[in-house]
Write a protein that binds this ligand. Structure first.
Ligand code: FDA
Length: 302
């Protein structure tokens, strides 16, 4: 109750705060405003043995020129990653590079990115956005996967549909996906609402991936899920080249990242950057009040 009042308070107050104050909170989770800043964070993380996936902040682009500009920035990132020998792939939101404009636009931009990924021996992950575009995102993924094997997508454990989606996709052979809980506000008709049930679905879906030899990115900060994942990896004797742990840049993990590395497990950090950090942070905050709670917890932890 108190937590929820505090969350609402943060959500109401944040848009009234100057950008510099919001940056003191959001800046912990964002690698900077420019590609150069992000590349230097990526290098630091690589030096500490972490893999990275980089994302330019933003979504719902409504002009083709803007979608092209963002796509070009991603193309330059692939080149820089290659040139600097960084261990980093790219995560992209379909609505950021043209899905809201037209199918032609998103097709053309994804095609450019995947050609570049191929040319620089890299990988592309298509992030999963709200349930309004789950079907299209899966279709895009299936379509491009035929031509470009180094592509992955994301499935959200809170969606009722996800188990079926995974099973359907698996019918056409193995694939590569990130498993997360899901961040968008969805109704109970579409998504499981209770944390306990989301967690149990998460573990069910993870087991499905492990048992069917599907490469999975275990993307969570939930220590209960991590403990259960460790047990499942041991029980099913899953080789460490069949999964990686993934976390968002800046989220405190109580020593778990180091523990993963000591166990010989891969850890990939999702590094967002970009000039849109302010709008993006405010939108996310309004959409999902729980994020306000994490920020509070984090402030008090200090
Ligand atoms: P949960 O929300 O239960 O959090 C567990 C604990 O982790 C919290 O109690 C808190 O302490 C801490 N925590 C979690 N998030 C935090 C934060 N932002 N700041 C501080 N502490 C935090 N979603 C989506 O819909 N589509 C996508 O493509 C992706 N992609 C993605 C990539 C990666 C690498 C990660 C880690 C996550 C995503 N997500 C996502 C977001 C995901 O769906 C989910 O909303 C968040 O990861 C929070 O869920 P947890 O599994 O961490 O559990």
């Amino acid at each position: 109750m108190i937590q929820s009042v505090l969350n609402q308070l943060i959500i109401k107050l944040t848009p009234l705060l100057p950008r510099s104050i919001v940056w003191r909170i959001a800046g912990k989770y964002v690698a900077g405003e420019t590609a150069e800043e992000a590349l230097s964070v990526i290098k630091e993380l690589n030096d500490k043995k972490f893999l990275v996936t980089v994302d330019i902040l933003g979504e719902h682009t409504n002009k083709a020129e803007t979608a092209d500009k963002i796509t070009n920035e991603y193309l330059r990132l692939y080149d820089e990653i290659h040139k600097r020998g960084l261990d980093c792939n790219i995560s992209v939101k379909p609505s950021h590079i043209g899905l809201d404009i037209s199918l032609d636009c998103i097709h053309s931009n994804l095609n450019k990115l995947l050609e570049k990924a191929k040319g620089t021996d890299n990988f592309l992950r298509i992030d999963m956005e709200s349930s309004l575009i789950t079907d299209t995102t899966i279709e895009l993924y299936e379509d491009f996967k035929k031509k470009y094997p180094k592509i992955g997508t994301v499935f959200q454990a809170y969606l009722h549909r996800t188990e079926n989606d995974l099973k359907n996709l698996y019918r056409n052979g193995s694939f590569n996906f990130r498993l997360c809980k899901g961040i968008y506000k969805e109704s109970s008709a579409i998504a499981i609402q209770r944390r306990r049930k989301i967690n149990s679905n998460y573990l069910k879906l993870l087991r499905f991936a492990f048992e069917n030899k599907i490469y999975v990115g275990i993307a969570t900060h939930d220590l209960e899920i991590l403990r259960n994942s460790y047990a499942m990896i041991a029980d099913l004797n899953i080789p460490s080249n069949m999964f990686e742990f993934q976390v968002l840049y800046g989220v405190p993990m109580s020593g778990w990242l180091e523990k993963h590395l000591e166990n010989g497990y891969k850890v990939r950090v999702y590094v967002p950057y970009g000039r849109d950090w302010y709008e993006y942070s405010i939108r996310r905050l309004k959409e999902n009040p729980n994020i306000a709670g994490y920020i509070l917890k984090d402030l008090f932890r200090k």
